[in-house]
Ligand binder design. Structure first.
Ligand code: DGL
Length: 263
C-alpha cells in the first residue's frame, strides 16, 4: 500500500485532543484520521512522568497496529512527558506534539499579564519551564495548574454551575486588571471557552490555544515526508476510546461537531 494512503493517528488522554483533530480535518480534508482517547486512564495530568510515558506508548502501539503513517500527540501533558522518547523509538514516522501557546502569546504582548492554564503535570515539566524561560523576558507570565478541570470536559454536562464555580475559585484570584491573554494549555480547554468567556464578562482578554499551529505542523511534516494524500479522496474520521462506556464516543462526536472558533 502506498504509504500516503494510510491514516494519521491523533491521541489524547481523553476527548480533549478532538480540538486538534477538528483543526487537522479542516486543514487536511483529504486525509483519513484515527482518533484515540484514553479516557479509561484519564486524567494523565496528575500522574507521574513514567506512568504517562507508558500509557502514551501503549496507545501509540494500538494505532501503529492500525497502520498509521504519522502520529499527533494532541495532549500537552503527554507531549511534555513522552515526545522525546516517542521520536527516538518511532523513527519511521513523523511524531508531532503540542505545547501551551506561550510563544504566540508572548510575541504579541502589549505589556499585560498572560495566564497559562494547564494540567499540574504540564506545568511541572522541564519542557514547560524551558518555554517560560525563553519568553518571560518579553512578557509577564503566570502558570496556573488546573487540576480537576479536564474532568469537567470528560464528564460533559449541560449544567455549567460547577464550571463557573471552578473559574471563580481558581481563576478569580489570579486575574489582574492588566490580564491580556489566557493560554488554554490543555487540549480539553477549548471546549469550555464559551463558559470562560461568560465568566470573564466584558474584560478584553484573548483566549488562545495551540490547536491550529499543531494541525499546520502535521501538514508540514506530512508534506516533507511525501505523505500527504491527493485531493481526489474524501477523508474519513474514526473516533475510538479506551473506555467501554458508549457515552465517551457520544461526547467525542458532540465535541467534534461543536463550534469553538468564534468564541
Ligand atoms: N488534554 C490533555 C492535555 O492537553 C489533558 C491531560 C490530562 O489528562 O490531565 O494536557
Amino acid at each position: 500500500m502506498n504509504d500516503s494512503l494510510r491514516p494519521v493517528g491523533v491521541i489524547d488522554s481523553g476527548v480533549g485532543g478532538i480540538s486538534v483533530l477538528k483543526k487537522a480535518v479542516e486543514i487536511m480534508p483529504n486525509e483519513d484520521f484515527i482518533y484515540y482517547g484514553d479516557s479509561l486512564n484519564a486524567p494523565y495530568g496528575t500522574k507521574s512522568t513514567e506512568e504517562i510515558r507508558d500509557l502514551t506508548f501503549a496507545v501509540t502501539e494500538k494505532l501503529r497496529a492500525m497502520g498509521i503513517k504519522a502520529l499527533c500527540v494532541a495532549c500537552n501533558t503527554a507531549t511534555a512527558a513522552a515526545i522525546k522518547d516517542l521520536r527516538a523509538v518511532y523513527t519511521d514516522m513523523p511524531v508531532i506534539g503540542i505545547e501551551p501557546a506561550v510563544k504566540p502569546a508572548a510575541l504579541s504582548t502589549k505589556g499585560g499579564t498572560i495566564i497559562v492554564m494547564a494540567t499540574p503535570m504540564t506545568i511541572r515539566q522541564h519542557k514547560f519551564n524551558d518555554l517560560l524561560k525563553t519568553y518571560d523576558k518579553d512578557a509577564r507570565i503566570i502558570p496556573l495548574p488546573c487540576e480537576g478541570l479536564m474532568e469537567m470536559v470528560e464528564n460533559w454536562s449541560d449544567d455549567k454551575t460547577p464550571l463557573m464555580e471552578y473559574f471563580r475559585e481558581k481563576l478569580g484570584p489570579v486575574l489582574q486588571d492588566d490580564t491580556e491573554t489566557i493560554v488554554l494549555g490543555c487540549t480539553h480547554y477549548p471546549f469550555i471557552k464559551k463558559e470562560l468567556r461568560e465568566f470573564l464578562g466584558d474584560r478584553d482578554i484573548a483566549l488562545i490555544d495551540g490547536s491550529e499551529g499543531t494541525a499546520r505542523q502535521i501538514k508540514r511534516r506530512l508534506a516533507e515526508e511525501g505523505l500527504l494524500r491527493d485531493c481526489s479522496h474524501e477523508g474519513k474520521v474514526t473516533i475510538l476510546n479506551s473506555s467501554e462506556d458508549p457515552k465517551m464516543i457520544d461526547i467525542s462526536r458532540k465535541l467534534f461537531d461543536m463550534e469553538i472558533d468564534e468564541l
